[in-house]
Design a protein. Structure first.
Length: 521
């Protein structure tokens, strides 16, 4: 016979699969008929986009593309600088047991160093190693007993549990169609050598079951000017990005993690009166919102009846709960030595920070790492584009008041808003904004009673009074359950004001049965 109960049902987002896949994207860049032959490669770079994910028949189908651009020195009279660009698609299939249309999918594409080979003056091959990191989660339902609903003399041990849990992941595609206009100080565009886009400053607001997601997109271009000497120029513009995500169960207390993923990017010069002082920007982006819910539940972790035998089944659920998620922006100022600075023109500087070590202290995190500065510049004397990499160490202390030294902390770092100025003929000073994101995850085990059944077996007779000496790791609950007493009765007999007990303490334990000789344990 089952005992009537009131139950607590919770949905827990559980990881069902983690997988890493190495994908090789290969192809060829071919020189158009209107451009001169390749003499040598000055720079090659690219971006990797995840363009589609689909779940079908227990499999995850992934589509992506690698947008590769190369700047080369041409084999002509002026050894001019020209560019090549092409998009290469790739496909990957991942078998995941238990995946379904409601599964929450996270895919990260990490591009490794691009390999290339000039095959002849009109063609070059490229090889792009890409690491795909795939995480699949399912929402699973679990039932716990919250309270006993029928009138029985059952002793219960209850507890309240608070945790933050991922309940849903929603995404929406955004079409960006904007125009960026060069400043009056800029020269007109003859040919775009290189262009990239980066999303910064993601933010959101919640209103009427909608998430308003917004951010800024930085567009950087390197181009050949439409001027007499065809100088190499740079320009940077910012455009707004905005989109809405619908979700029915939103409120002001909902916690949202926002992520913008670029799926495609195209930039074209706009000509007016045979000159281009502006460009059209076309980009498809996916804005993804991971929605977290703060849960507070009451469960019965243990129970017994002093007068009858019960059989309980228990539910154990492991939850990864986000306790803390904070960001901190740090401005790093660094001097870099670059010989012959008077003869070169810096086109772009990219900074790639990494974290090599972190030390978790109460209220702060000390991190150590490196920043790789990738400097692309134009040597005006030699009329060539060159690349210089500088690897510099850094140290930083992040203040996070909620952090404790024993917590499991994940720290990620990215960079944006790089500025620089010339100090002298061989040194520049760089300012880079480093964005540290600190996440504290705690693995919680929710343990509770799932169902209760009354057994027909009789309770064995035991001594009416037991004198018990407390052992290490004992609790009043464990002792009372073992001897079919109650915590309240043990405290009353022993005149205890609270539940605190200590090893070798003597306790008198009353029993609920006929009188028996006193037993010393």
């Amino acid at each position: 016979m089952n005992i009537e109960t009131n139950n607590e049902i919770i949905n827990v987002c559980e990881v069902i699969a983690k997988e890493k896949r190495n994908v090789i994207v290969e192809g060829e860049l071919v020189v158009p008929d209107i451009k001169p032959d390749i003499l040598s490669i000055a720079d090659i770079d690219g971006d990797v986009f995840i363009t589609k994910r689909e779940i079908k028949d227990g499999r995850l189908y992934i589509e992506g593309s690698a947008d590769i651009s190369a700047i080369y020195l041409a084999e002509d009279e002026k050894t001019s600088i020209r560019s090549l660009n092409n998009m290469f698609n790739f496909y990957e299939t991942v078998d995941v047991h238990g995946i379904n249309e409601g599964s929450i999918i996270e895919i990260q594409a990490v591009k490794n160093q691009i390999e290339y080979k000039v095959l002849n003056g009109r063609k070059m091959s490229v090889r792009i190693p890409v690491l795909l990191i795939v995480v699949v989660r399912n929402n699973c339902e679990h039932t716990f007993v919250r309270e006993i609903s029928d009138d029985r003399n059952v002793e219960v041990l209850s507890k309240e549990i608070e945790f933050s849990n991922l309940v849903s992941s929603k995404s929406q595609d955004i079409e960006v169609n904007e125009t960026i206009t060069l400043g009056q100080e800029n020269l007109p565009i003859s040919e775009i050598l290189k262009a990239n886009i980066k999303v910064i400053n993601p933010d959101y607001k919640i209103s009427y079951n909608k998430i308003l997601a917004k951010a800024d997109a930085i567009i950087k271009i390197i181009y050949i000017s439409d001027s007499e000497n065809q100088s190499i120029e740079t320009f940077e513009g910012i455009i707004p990005v905005m989109g809405f995500i619908n979700y029915d169960d939103l409120n002001e207390s909902s916690n949202v993690k926002l992520e913008f993923n670029i799926k495609s990017f195209t930039l074209r010069p706009i000509y007016q009166d045979l000159k281009s002082m502006s460009c059209s920007v076309e980009s498809e982006m996916e804005v993804k919102a991971d929605i977290y819910k703060q849960n507070k539940i009451a469960v019965i972790s243990d129970l017994y009846d002093p007068d009858i035998n019960l059989n309980c089944t228990y539910e154990n659920v492991s939850i990864i709960s986000d306790l803390i998620n904070v960001g901190e922006n740090v401005e790093l100022v660094q001097g870099l030595m670059i010989p012959e600075l008077d003869d070169i023109k810096i086109l772009t500087i990219n900074a790639t920070p990494t974290i090599n070590n972190k030390n978790i202290l109460d209220g702060k995190i000390a991190v150590e790492g490196n920043v790789v500065f990738d400097i692309l510049y134009y040597n005006e004397a030699k009329k060539i584009i060159e690349n210089k990499k500088v690897d510099l160490p850094y140290q930083q202390v992040l203040k996070v008041h909620e952090i404790k030294g024993n917590m499991d902390v994940d720290v990620n770092v990215t960079s944006d808003n790089i500025e620089y100025r010339k100090v002298d003929s061989s040194q520049i000073q760089i300012k880079v904004n480093m964005n540290f994101n600190v996440t504290v995850k705690e693995e919680m085990m929710i343990e509770g009673v799932n169902s209760i059944t009354v057994l027909d077996s009789q309770i064995e007779e035991t001594p009416s009074i037991v004198i018990y000496y407390v052992k290490p790791n004992d609790s009043l609950w464990k002792i009372a359950k073992n001897y079919r007493s109650t915590v309240a009765e043990i405290k009353e007999y022993n005149m205890l004001k609270d539940d605190l007990i200590f090893p070798n303490q003597q306790l008198i334990i009353p029993k609920r049965s006929k009188k028996m000789p006193v037993e010393i344990l």
